[in-house]
Design a protein around this ligand. Structure first.
Ligand SMILES: Nc1ncnc2c1ncn2[C@@H]1O[C@H](COP(=O)(O)OP(=O)(O)OP(=O)(O)O)[C@@H](O)[C@H]1O
Ligand SMILES: [Mg+2]
Length: 278
């Protein structure tokens, strides 16, 4: 079975499909249920859920949203596994390298694979990944990641892969975060960290995702900046312009846990999303 088998990943379209859940301008409050796009609902629709979570920037809620998605998958009876292929910022704890993102994804999922599978590149220095890798004389490349991803696929029903920083973060001279998303060929969920400047960051990221031939499955508005003004207006401006549906709006949470964030996200209707167990 190829990793790029359409059973595991939706077809690359080169552009957003006509009618693929274009967000409506009014979608600023409760998350809406999105329709399975007709083109994907036909034969070839992925039978398992998998996505690549990217963001408008670093520290804007990718891990929180990825964990929330895993939480929902577990609630639906799935064997759900998070993957943070590259983590920059790790310290030794009990003889193993610890990274907060990797730990949160692991806690939100329910598949216990060794850390070298869920995070093949665990780097110590909390800095840009290509710099952290160079410090350890490591070259970040796709082969170890795709090998580990195949093991995750075999051990799980659903997978959530968290990117690093924004969509175009370099990993080496000839491999970056966008290349990784293309290798994985997963639908992309974009987390928009709501703060001044996020409209431009979100629209540029959406363009980059579509330009890489990937499906932008949806976006999540996450209120990272508690002091941001005109939040509703910003979300409305994005909802009018983003070529994908708004999957939810996560408010500033007192306790930013996977469960708390999950209550604000609706993924029903996305390709491969499991039906609720009765
Ligand atoms: N809606 C929210 N309410 C409260 N705190 C939040 C919210 N979203 C994110 N945070 C907090 O902001 C910080 C950054 O969030 P998170 O780690 O999810 O970002 P990230 O995009 O994954 O960052 P990185 O680029 O380092 O992977 C975390 O401490 C998280 O708990
Ligand atoms: Mg993170």
């Amino acid at each position: 079975m190829s990793l790029n088998d359409p059973v595991n990943a939706p077809e690359r379209t080169g552009a957003a499909e006509p009618g693929v859940g274009f967000a409506e301008p009014s979608a600023t409050t409760a998350p809406k249920t999105v329709e399975v796009p007709a083109a994907l609902a036909a034969e070839g629709i992925p039978t398992r859920f998998a996505c690549f979570v990217t963001g408008t920037d670093t520290e804007i809620g990718k891990t929180l949203v990825a964990s929330a998605i895993l939480h929902k998958l577990v609630q639906r009876g799935q064997r759900a596994c998070g993957m943070k292929p590259i983590a920059a910022g790790a310290e030794e704890r009990d003889g193993e390298l610890h990274n907060d993102d990797a730990a949160m994804l692991r806690a939100a999922g329910n598949v216990n694979l060794p850390q070298h599978i869920t995070t093949p590149f665990m780097l110590r220095e909390p800095c840009a990944p290509h710099i952290a890798a160079a410090l350890e004389h490591v070259t970040i490349g796709p082969v170890p990641i795709m090998t580990a991803y195949a093991e995750i696929l075999a051990a799980s029903d659903a997978t959530v892969v968290e990117g690093v920083g924004g969509f175009c973060v370099p990993f080496s001279d000839d491999f970056d975060s966008a290349d990784l998303a293309v290798e994985l060929n997963l639908p992309v969920i974009l987390v928009v960290g709501l703060r001044l400047g996020c409209i431009n960051h979100a629209l540029l990221t959406a363009e980059a995702v579509v330009a890489r031939g990937l499906v932008l499955a949806g976006w999540v508005a996450n209120q990272v900046d508690p002091a941001m003004r005109f939040v509703d207006e910003n979300v409305a401006a994005l909802a009018q312009r983003m070529p994908a549906p708004l999957l939810g709006r996560v408010p500033r949470l007192d306790q930013p846990t996977a469960a708390a964030a999950a209550a604000h996200i609706e993924l029903a209707g996305l390709p491969g999303w499991p039906a609720t167990r009765t």
